[in-house]
Write a new protein. Structure first.
Length: 271
């Protein structure tokens, strides 16, 4: 039987666009189950650097990341503690109060996730999705136990077919309505066009975005998007060799050309 692990439509569209902010990222898989990653991001006139390493032992993945702000982040991911589950524990030093424990459950037609902050008065996040035959429903909520109120609650519905994807999401505690449509131009879904409408009720603001992705050849894909406020972004991805991807991206304001544009470069190398 074919197994489908459902993803909430709240998160499903995030992966369509890709990377825009990272100036440089270098990823090298040293041996089986190990990885070493370094990155640099420009924030204003400063660069933030980090180095991370991964190690996989049986059903456990250990990820350690150190950055220039003297933060050390360690993540433990354990698969199948119970059937169909993934357990993730994150600890960040010196801010030990930022630790989190997450348990994810996946099944053929449903998924459930719970995240608890490891502190005296934790914030608890819950998310769930279920679906069948290409239709998926998802919802998420966050509750602050110290303040006794909800930090977020969102819900969405999505329709996925071989030729198109449609999603409608109510986000920001019901203040934002987002509707998206992606039409795939080929069977491999490498070329597509997308349209998105964002409506924010509190400010009576509407944002319209159109975009597209085109596979120039089997190794090269270009993407672009433009919204009604004049923000234009473009991205090029090229497979320099099998499993090794070079990404070049840029973003600027067409209605404010005096603003400094953003550029990004990412390189991922795998043997």
């Amino acid at each position: 039987m074919h197994t489908t692990r459902w993803e909430s439509p709240i998160h499903a569209l995030v992966a369509w666009w890709g990377v825009t902010a990272v100036l440089f990222s270098y990823e090298l898989f040293l041996v089986a189950f190990k990885a070493l990653t370094s990155g640099a991001v420009k924030k204003g006139g400063l660069y933030a650097l980090d180095v991370s390493t991964q190690y996989n032992y049986k059903n456990t993945l250990i990820d350690v990341k150190v950055d220039t702000d003297s933060n050390i982040t360690t993540t433990f991911t354990v698969l199948e503690v119970l059937p169909f589950t993934k357990t993730i524990a994150t600890l960040k030093l010196p801010d030990y109060n930022s630790g989190k424990l997450e348990v994810q459950y996946f099944h053929d037609h449903a998924s459930l996730s719970s995240v608890v902050a490891l502190k005296q008065t934790p914030v608890v996040d819950l998310s769930a999705s279920f679906g069948a035959h290409g239709i998926v429903f998802g919802a998420e909520a966050g509750f602050d136990t110290s303040a006794g109120n909800f930090t977020k609650y969102n819900a969405g519905v999505g329709l996925k077919k071989p030729e198109h994807d449609v999603s409608v999401i109510l986000a920001d505690k019901g203040d934002t309505l987002r509707a998206s449509y992606v039409y795939h131009l080929d069977e491999k879904q490498k070329s597509s066009v997308v349209g998105e409408i964002n409506r924010r009720f509190s400010t009576n603001e509407n944002i319209f975005t159109v975009g597209g992705a085109y596979a120039v050849d089997p190794q090269t894909t270009v993407k672009a998007k433009l919204n009604n406020s004049g923000k234009l972004a473009a991205l090029l991805q090229h497979e320099v060799k099998p499993k090794s991807i070079l990404t070049i991206s840029g973003e600027f304001e067409t209605k404010a050309l005096d603003r400094t544009p953003k550029f990004g470069l990412a390189l991922a190398l795998k043997p």
